[in-house]
Design a binder for this molecule. Structure first.
Ligand SMILES: C[S@@+](CC[C@H](N)C(=O)[O-])C[C@H]1O[C@@H](n2cnc3c(N)ncnc32)[C@H](O)[C@@H]1O
Length: 308
């Protein structure tokens, strides 16, 4: 390529080129191995001295992974035909949110859920539901996608943290839980608390508060009275008892072709709930559907078909 041609590349082409080269190198070549060793080293340090090593090195470690998923989000056209620069803008906002609010998810996971929201056909009915908001980081991101998609986001949480819980929590599988930002000590009554005010303030600052509704209280109380149609569900509740309640009350309201994501695919008790045929048939009222990523990934997905 001649120098004049390079100079004449538009900004959009340059960004596209950057992501393509990056993605190509990251996925195909051995840079990955080198990077993986650095990543393992930093993660092992973090496990040993979590107080000294904050989540910052972790964010650096997962950056290549995050960037490649950002590239996919940027270049995978959604039916909503969101322009390139609007997508880039959305990605930038997601990163600003992660830098400003303590979040317990990866950017790549949010890109997948936001992608599903942006792919809801405009003539399909149903709101978007998030169960489990903590400080409101994921809700702020999803609210931005909801604003673009013209959907309402209903946020369910106690806003007091977890309920009393004596669930036996098996060690999450390392392979799928590696680097989680949650600490074991977070799992006690009122752990992972984000107050309603905190969540609202965060969404007001960084997301789209006018797209949100809040359902405050324990899931068993708030969800049992909820009966709207739902197009996308995002569960991040950590406890099997909470996952059960969410599936029991929300799944029947999910529209055909709607998607349910669960961020709890690393917790054995939650995996057991998802995998329990009898629970699906007796308590949810549906045959156990196909669950993508179960036992393999932290973010699992169900797409509701006419049969399921
Ligand atoms: C892991 S945090 C959510 C993290 C958040 N989505 C993020 O990415 O930053 C789990 C949340 O679920 C809520 N939660 C769990 N079980 C609940 C229940 N039974 N009723 C109400 N809230 C519950 C907790 O209050 C907490 O805010």
């Amino acid at each position: 390529m001649k120098t004049e041609e390079i100079v004449s590349l538009s900004l959009k082409q340059l960004i596209a080129l950057f992501f393509m080269v990056f993605y190509f190198y990251y996925k195909r070549f051995y840079l990955l191995f080198l990077w993986d060793s650095v990543k393992k080293f930093i993660l092992s340090l973090r496990r040993r001295i979590p107080e000294l090593i904050s989540s910052f090195p972790y964010s650096i470690c997962i950056l290549p992974e995050e960037l490649s998923s950002a590239a996919l989000f940027l270049f995978n056209g959604s039916p909503r035909k969101l322009g390139f620069f609007r997508r880039l803008h959305l990605i930038a906002k997601f990163y600003i949110i992660s830098l400003s609010i303590h979040c317990l998810h990866r950017q790549s996971e949010m890109f997948r859920v936001a992608g599903a929201i942006l792919s809801i056909p405009s003539d399909a009915e149903g709101c978007v539901v998030e169960a489990g908001s903590y400080k409101g980081g994921s809700a702020a991101k999803l609210s931005l996608a909801c604003k673009i998609a013209g959907r309402e986001l209903v946020v369910f949480d106690s806003f007091e943290g977890f309920p009393e819980d004596d669930e036996f929590r098996d060690k999450p599988s390392r392979r799928i839980h590696a680097g989680s930002l949650a600490q074991r000590s977070d799992f006690f009554k009122n752990g992972m608390r984000g107050s309603l005010k905190e969540v609202k303030d965060n969404i007001e600052k960084f997301g789209s508060i006018e797209s949100c509704k809040f359902a405050q209280g324990w899931f068993k109380d708030t969800m049992s009275g909820f009966n709207g149609k739902i197009s996308v569900i995002y569960l991040d509740v950590d406890l099997a008892s909470s996952a059960k309640t969410c599936l029991k009350y929300l799944y029947p309201l999910l529209e055909e072709n709607g998607a349910l994501f669960s961020h709890d695919g690393a917790f054995q008790p939650v995996i057991d709930v998802f995998d329990d045929d009898r629970f699906w048939e007796n308590e949810v009222g549906f045959k156990k559907p196909a669950i993508e990523g179960l036992r393999k990934e932290k973010l699992v997905r169900i797409v509701k078909t006419a049969k399921a």
